[in-house]
Design a protein. Structure first.
Length: 291
């Protein structure tokens, strides 16, 4: 039995789709089963509820061979550590109690950021919590998501620009969520691996934001520039869009850690995934831009 959290989410939904062709029984934890496609509902066992509910997780993990674990972001969370770590602690109890054999979890790329790096630090603590259970474990450590640019489509259309709190001329590690999902599905279906390890996930590119802007300009056939924003302005923007004080500060701390090189070591040594930034722009961003 393979148990999948966030089956309607950006990554979890793709994991489910990739697993449907297998013969493995699949169980999903979902708050609203109506959000699953008819094809998925016919194929999977549904445990209705939230992965944040201890009883729901305990029920879902019963008889599980492998679990895909992901705590999605919640910009309104009042405590970053609590948001990420409380459900992970419940999951760890269920892993031990139910005899789960393997876990594949999404954490984050980054070294030396166990404290003071906002969501990155909390993700690494969650990784440590799962590892301590003794379960066979792979922590997927993705770089920044290419899909984050989809939130800036209005700015790209209206201002011909996108905005991040990162230097324009410094390489910034990114990855497509499809590559995260593909690696997760591969590991869930492979019973041969053992031990505990991290798997950095990056694209085959080594692009700066300025380099991304050049590719965007070519793919969209219109000028697109990159504009670095100060972290204080970035924080203010997050608050204007409804983020809590804690979440916005966590994002600022994360951006500072990234600018100070938190991703650099793993970016240099990671085995890159298949999806390059230009390909992703052509296949995902351009259709969304034109829709």
């Amino acid at each position: 039995m393979l148990v999948i959290t966030t089956p309607t989410g950006q990554i979890g939904g793709q994991v489910v789709d990739l697993l449907l062709a297998s013969e493995e029984p699949i169980r999903v934890i979902v708050r609203d089963p109506s959000r699953l496609s008819p094809e998925v509902r016919e194929r999977v066992e549904v445990v209705q509820g939230s992965h944040r509910d201890h009883d729901v997780v305990m029920k879902a993990f019963a008889g599980a061979d492998a679990v895909f674990w992901l705590v999605p972001p919640d910009p309104r969370a009042e405590n970053v550590d609590g948001h990420l770590l409380d459900p992970t602690r419940s999951a760890c109890e269920a892993i031990a109690a139910q005899g789960v054999r393997r876990v594949v979890a999404v954490t984050s790329m980054g070294r030396g950021i166990e404290k003071g790096a906002g969501q990155l630090s909390a993700a690494h603590v969650s990784e440590e919590l799962i590892a301590r259970t003794g379960v066979r474990f792979r922590a997927l450590r993705p770089a920044g998501f290419m899909e984050n640019l989809l939130w800036q489509l209005d700015a790209i259309r209206g201002q011909g620009a996108f905005f991040w709190p990162h230097p324009g001329n410094r390489a910034f590690a990114i990855v497509a969520t499809r590559d995260i999902a593909a690696k997760a599905a591969e590991l869930l279906l492979d019973d041969s691996w053992s031990g505990r390890d991290g798997v950095p996930l990056v694209s085959p590119d080594s692009l700066s934001p300025d380099g991304m802007a050049r590719i965007l300009s070519e793919v969209l056939e219109r000028p697109v520039r990159y504009q670095e924003v100060p972290v204080d302005a970035y924080r203010a923007t997050m608050l204007e869009h409804g983020a809590s004080e804690a979440w916005a500060q966590g994002l600022v701390d994360m951006a500072v850690a990234q600018n100070e090189g938190a991703y650099d070591e793993e970016h240099r040594t990671a085995r890159p995934g298949p999806t390059g930034f230009r390909q992703w722009c052509e296949e995902v961003l351009r259709p969304a831009f034109l829709a």
